[in-house]
Design a protein around this ligand. Structure first.
Ligand SMILES: Cc1cc2nc3c(=O)[nH]c(=O)nc-3n(C[C@H](O)[C@H](O)[C@H](O)COP(=O)(O)OP(=O)(O)OC[C@H]3O[C@@H](n4cnc5c(N)ncnc54)[C@H](O)[C@@H]3O)c2cc1C
Length: 480
């Protein structure tokens, strides 16, 4: 999806020259032969995530452990042989964080996908390879739900969601992945199994290592089990849409919703270019209906009806006409937002992910439009607007004979990230830093905090085995 050219994936920095055959033999002592892949064709699908970012050399081996003990054995082998190890969920990541390490090990969690619902305690106990939607569906059989819902929930794994601290459309009400993780089982680089967190609703003993692991992008440990908070599933959902002809209208709509006293379960903003994309891809007529843009708002739970009426009234008071949809139409709009957009192969494109304070949403949207004009790139924008989380898309036409995107696309992406930082925002709202965004890491965190974060990694992973080419890589890459 992203076509930026950040530093090559999977830096070789932790790799000591090693004999791959000795490593593979060590792994085969613990895993079934079919779960240790070395054939180039079998390894190839594990080399990158959705970004396509990849190391110049393939990994030496892909392993598919079926037990926690096997994960521990793989970690010990990686440490003993001094080879880098990258954990892989479903490879839907948008930051290149799951890119395979050159000559190293990819540990796929697809063989660790168990799901158990403990309805009395409102928790799910799951393996890292469990598909996000499968956890939610299993919970629904008990009248419960797993709340975080990245738009990739049909294909992403819980382990990947935890490692990226994934957000989603419902997170404006229910919080991002971090808020739903009670306890984690984590295998460290030396093979130690760490059990951290608590199964009880409350628990404050010691440092909060669960929060440290959540969002750590596979650099601190391998999540092998998770205890997840479940909530009562809302039986009732209501949806409204508001046409927003201009950016100030969009700002007023979001402000009216978030200032209404009602806590909606979804507040999404789609600009005109995004509506055009959906129309072209899904055969809809959103541009005709909504022109310059659209805000989609949902409420859920027993109060959904009263709340959607209150929100429509608040929007009306702000001079905006809300249209409350029937259930079928509400679902249709929701699905169009989640899955209605298409990927255009005739364009070079960069999908961005930044987050800003809600009050900065409109200024940053204006800045993005100005950046589009300044660098002559097309701009689309989708936002989890209630969270201030923007996903602008930047693109230019692919010209005949071009083998890589024009420099102005990277320059526009750089200007966009810097605009978010200048407005008090962050370089990633939910997709993570990975390889794709690490050149901006120090711009946000500062050198001291980057050094501190590297020191924390060194405590848990002193040999630098886990994702050495990831967001904390110290390979001299200067911010672009
Ligand atoms: C169409 C589409 C829509 C998307 N929508 C959203 C969205 O709404 N919100 C959002 O946040 N993201 C979204 N994403 C991005 C992506 O789906 C998420 O980042 C997701 O959490 C990645 O899960 P995964 O299983 O694919 O992980 P991978 O891509 O395989 O890995 C991602 C990172 O997690 C690490 N990791 C994976 N499993 C483990 C483990 N068990 N232990 C330690 N580290 C691990 C990897 O090493 C890597 O650093 C979307 C992606 C696509 C393609």
């Amino acid at each position: 999806m992203s076509t930026t050219t950040p530093p090559a994936a999977g830096s070789d920095q932790a790799v000591r020259p090693t004999d791959p055959s000795a490593l593979v033999a060590a792994l085969r002592e613990h895993l079934a032969p079919a779960d240790v892949l070395t054939d180039p064709a079998a390894v190839e699908p594990y080399r990158s995530d959705v970004t396509g970012l990849r190391a110049v050399r393939p990994p030496a081996v892909v392993v598919v452990p079926r037990t926690v003990e096997q994960v521990q054995a793989v970690a010990r082998a990686a440490t003993a042989h001094g080879v880098p190890l990258v954990v892989r969920g479903a490879g839907t990541g948008l930051a290149g964080a799951a890119a395979a390490p050159a000559g190293g090990i990819v540990l796929s969690t697809e063989g660790l996908a168990g799901i158990r619902i403990d309805a009395d305690d409102h928790v799910a106990v799951v393996g890292p390879g469990a598909i996000t939607d499968h956890v939610d569906l299993a919970a629904r059989e008990h009248g419960l739900m797993y709340a975080p819902d990245p738009a990739s929930s049909q294909i992403s794994t819980i382990g990947g969601n935890i490692a990226t601290n994934a957000g989603g459309l419902r997170c404006v009400k229910y919080g991002v992945t971090r808020e739903s993780v009670l306890a984690l089982d984590v295998v460290l680089a030396d093979g130690t199994l760490l059990r951290t967190g608590h199964r009880s609703v409350k628990g404050v003993t010691g440092y909060d290592l669960v929060s440290l692991i959540v969002g750590s992008e596979g650099t601190l440990g391998i999540v092998v089990g998770a205890t997840l908070r479940l909530l009562p599933a809302p039986t009732h959902v209501r949806t409204l849409v508001v046409s927003v002809p201009s950016l100030p209208d969009a700002g007023r709509a979001v402000g009216a919703v978030t200032g209404s006293g009602v806590r909606p379960s979804t507040v999404e903003l789609l600009n005109a270019a995004t509506l055009e994309n959906i129309d072209a891809h899904s055969g809809t007529d959103l541009v005709d209906r909504h022109g310059g843009g659209l805000v989609l708002v949902r409420t859920d739970g027993p109060g959904a009806d009263a709340e959607i009426t209150a929100l429509a009234d608040a929007l009306s008071a702000a001079g905006l006409a809300a249209q409350v949809l029937d259930d079928a139409e509400g679902e249709r709009y929701y699905e169009l937002r989640r899955t209605g957009r298409g990927h255009r192969t005739d364009l070079w494109s960069v999908g961005e992910d930044v987050a800003v304070p809600r009050s900065a949403l409109v200024p940053v949207l204006e800045a993005i439009e100005e950046i589009g004009r300044r660098f002559d790139v097309e701009v689309t924008a989708v936002a989890h607007a209630g969270d201030g989380n923007l996903h602008p898309g930047l693109s230019t036409p692919r010209r005949h004979g071009e083998t890589e995107p024009p420099a102005r696309l990277h320059e526009a992406a750089d200007a966009l990230v810097r605009a978010a930082l200048a407005h008090g925002g962050t370089i990633s709202g939910e997709h993570g830093v990975g390889i794709a965004k690490r050149r901006w890491l120090a711009d946000e965190l500062g050198a001291e905090q980057v050094a501190l974060q590297r020191a924390i990694k060194a405590v848990l992973d002193p040999a630098g085995i886990l994702a050495p080419g990831g967001f904390l890589a110290d390979d001299g890459v200067a911010p672009r």
